[in-house]
Design a protein around this ligand. Structure first.
Ligand SMILES: CCCCCCCC/C=C\CCCCCCCC(=O)N[C@@H](CO)[C@H](O)/C=C/CCCCCCCCCCCCC
Ligand SMILES: [Ca+2]
Ligand SMILES: [Zn+2]
Length: 263
């Protein structure tokens, strides 16, 4: 019986051909494309410095977890092992759980939840139960995780209905476009591998890594924007683009303005 650590012990094998570019890395491009999560993790801390000063613990927590996502995903694609698959999926689940616990808007709490402390408990218990359940049928875990994006879309839509800032609307649209490209790549790699092989381009899962990281680059400043709006009345949030609005390639970030300061 193969060990749960052994190469190719996972039931999932992505479309990229195995051991083509290296004898020790099963899926070369799928492995190296995870470097995007390291860049995302550092960029979040660097670009959103002002927000980070106000919310140091959540930001370092999330940034550390995104590093773990990148490391475990690299390990998974390098080995295609059962342990690699579970580490990859569980690190995503825990990152989502921590992000929801810190940033889920109070206005959307279930009626029985009276404070963020209660919400932490609800999130913690749900995550522990989901972690145990993820061992039952690991092949459906990735689909379940992808469904969470639909809940995020719903939340975004609810928040946009209350918001008049056109910069926020534009950033939300960009996030959705990147996510649509990302999920299309993920599904193509899963379901249309025969076609990708036929056109000699089995690399859509690597594109997914890049595109979902870009989509998260837009998602996090939006989440921070609503956090500042609801939880930090001493500041006024302003979405910006680095290096400047007019550049063809830009990275979004949030700045905090003092609403009492004149000019
Ligand atoms: C108020 C809530 C705020 C939530 C903020 C969002 C927090 C996101 C946290 C983590 C997401 C990391 C996802 C990266 C996955 C990379 C690893 C990977 O590719 N794994 C695959 C195998 O290698 C695996 O098959 C993928 C599984 C699916 C993961 C789906 C994650 C959903 C993330 C939702 C992102 C939303 C972006 C915008 C939505 C409109
Ligand atoms: Ca493969
Ligand atoms: Zn992957």
């Amino acid at each position: 019986m193969p060990s749960i650590f052994s190469y190719q012990s996972s039931e999932i094998d992505w479309c990229e051909n195995n051991f083509v570019r290296s004898p020790i890395i099963a899926e070369y491009y799928n492995t190296i494309s995870n470097v995007c999560f390291f860049i995302l993790s550092a960029a979040l801390l660097h670009l959103n410095r002002q927000y980070c000063q106000q919310r140091t613990v959540p930001m370092y927590f999330i940034s550390g977890l995104l590093l773990c996502v990148g490391i475990f995903s690299m390990y998974f694609h390098m080995t295609l092992s059962y342990v690699g698959q579970l580490l990859d999926e569980l690190s995503i689940l825990w990152t989502l759980a921590v992000a929801y616990s810190f940033w889920y808007p109070r206005a959307h709490f279930p009626k029985c939840i009276k404070s963020r402390k209660h919400f932490y408990w609800l999130g913690g218990v749900t995550t522990v139960i989901t972690t145990v359940m993820s061992f039952i049928k690991p092949s459906i875990n990735a689909y379940a995780l992808n469904c969470i994006a639909f809940h995020l879309l719903y939340l975004t839509w609810r928040e946009l209905k209350k918001c008049n800032d056109q910069r926020v609307h534009r950033m939300a649209k960009a996030m959705v476009v990147w996510w649509v490209l990302a999920i299309t790549s993920w599904l193509s790699d899963r379901w249309l591998c025969w076609l990708c092989q036929a056109i000699n381009f089995p690399y859509f899962h690597s594109f997914w890594h890049v595109l979902i990281a870009v989509s998260l680059l837009y998602c996090f400043p939006l989440v921070m924007y609503f956090d500042v709006t609801y939880e930090m009345p001493a500041f006024k949030p302003k979405l910006g683009y680095w290096p400047s609005d007019s550049w063809p390639i830009v990275v979004p970030y949030i700045a905090l303005e003092d609403p009492h300061k004149q000019c």
